[in-house]
Design a protein around this ligand. Structure first.
Ligand code: FAQ
Length: 356
């Protein structure tokens, strides 16, 4: 059967927009909008061409749209790693909930850590729209097969670390995720818009902790400086390997999943953060850090990529501890899952009986 909308009935601007090498390709391959048989009778080359045309036109791809397997796989990889990072990312700060220095600080920290849990669940939901099962993703994390952000494998030794995580780690996450909010995959982009709003609050509370410590006693200022010194380089690494060693960037940029490279985002984070450090009278631990009037960016010293890859491979200071904490939490939560499953089964039995 022909598609319900003929190319000839469309305005010329639409025809031009969706023409690939002179041939019109249906602008949208949403199965619910179009004839199912028609879409699936198209050969892969035509489907790919239509998909690329949509990407080039800046369209948003939605879960039921046709997409190349590789696009789907890349998104599942990136989104599931992101979801895992949010969940594992609760651990370093969670470590300080019982030791926050005041009730107010404790309430704010509790709220922040809960937000991160929400982000994780939200992104797992987004990943499920690509046809993958959440239990499978969780198993990949628990067995150590899945990656999560390197930054969460460092210890939180003092209260100042909580402040620096908000300032640096959430700060870097905002730089990265504000751009991902324009990603080509709709559910991911929309999740990022919502998440970035909360990350902004996280960053502000972290910076405020550090600003308070920096203008406190000499010991408090020294504690803040020490935390800054320990977290600066891992925070730069968190934005991913340098572009020359980033196998996924080119493809993800072409598909407009990533809109900036790892190095571009790192530079942006540095440019934003240096004046913030100056404003609270703290220094960043890089003797090469210097404003370059020609490039209008800060130059910075070499990053220890060997350390980064060691952490990614599982040999960071806290990798084993973090995974064990997740495994224990999963095991301790078994009764909740069992109870929820029993409740759902009881409900469906009841519904069947009433329907009969
Ligand atoms: N850690 O080719 P690329 C947060 C891996 S959320 C570990 O450059 P890509 C909120 C990468 O997976 C933080 N592994 O990869 C919060 C790949 O391995 P694979 C997480 C890393 O995807 C705050 C290989 O290296 N954010 O902080 C890392 O193009 C406070 C080659 O790398 C996101 O996940 C790393 N840092 O770019 C929560 C954002 N970097 O899979 C709690 C979404 C790279 O091929 C408290 N993700 N690798 O085996 C992204 O933007 C991208 O995936 C990048 C990596 C930029 C992370």
């Amino acid at each position: 059967m022909p598609p319900s909308v003929s190319a000839m009935t469309l305005p010329s601007c639409i025809r031009e927009k969706y023409s690939v090498r002179g041939f019109f390709v249906p602008p949208c391959l949403r199965v619910e909008d179009r004839d199912f048989d028609y879409v699936y009778s198209m050969d892969t080359e035509a489907l790919n061409a239509a998909f690329e045309a949509r990407i080039a036109a800046g369209d948003t791809i939605e879960p039921k749209d046709w997409m190349p397997d590789r696009y789907r796989t890349q998104l599942i990889r990136m989104m599931s790693q992101h979801a895992h990072s949010e969940i594992v990312g609760m651990l370093p700060e969670g470590n300080w909930i019982t030791r926050a220095p005041s009730l107010k600080r404790k309430m704010v920290l509790l709220a922040k850590v809960q937000d991160e849990a929400g982000h994780g669940l939200y992104i797992y939901c987004g990943t499920e729209t690509l046809g993958v099962d959440r239990h499978e993703l969780v198993q990949q994390l628990l067995t150590g097969k899945a990656k999560y952000s390197s930054i969460f494998n460092y210890p939180t030794l003092t209260w100042a670390d909580v402040g620096v995580i908000g300032w640096f780690v959430d700060g870097a996450a905002i730089v990265n995720q504000t751009v991902l909010a324009k990603a080509s995959y709709g559910p991911y982009a929309r999740a990022m818009i919502r998440i970035c709003k909360e990350e902004n609050f996280h960053k502000k509370q972290g910076y405020e902790i550090i600003a308070t410590l920096a203008k406190g006693t000499p010991e408090q200022k020294a504690m803040a400086q020490d935390a800054v010194n320990r977290w600066w380089w891992p925070s730069l690494m968190m934005l991913g390997p340098s572009d020359t060693d980033s196998p996924n960037t080119a493809e993800l940029m072409r598909w407009r999943v990533k809109r900036k490279t790892n190095d571009e985002l790192r530079q942006r984070f540095i440019d934003l953060t240096v004046p913030q450090a100056e404003a609270v009278g703290l220094t960043l631990p890089d003797p090469d850090l210097k404003y370059n009037p020609d490039t209008q960016h800060y130059d910075f010293g070499p990053i220890d990529w060997n350390e980064f890859w060691q952490v990614v491979k599982g040999n960071g200071p806290c990798n084993r501890e973090r995974l064990q904490a997740r495994r224990d939490a999963h095991e301790n939560g078994r009764w909740v899952r069992d109870a929820a499953a029993a409740y759902a089964a009881k409900h469906s039995q009841h519904a069947e009986k009433t329907a009969a």
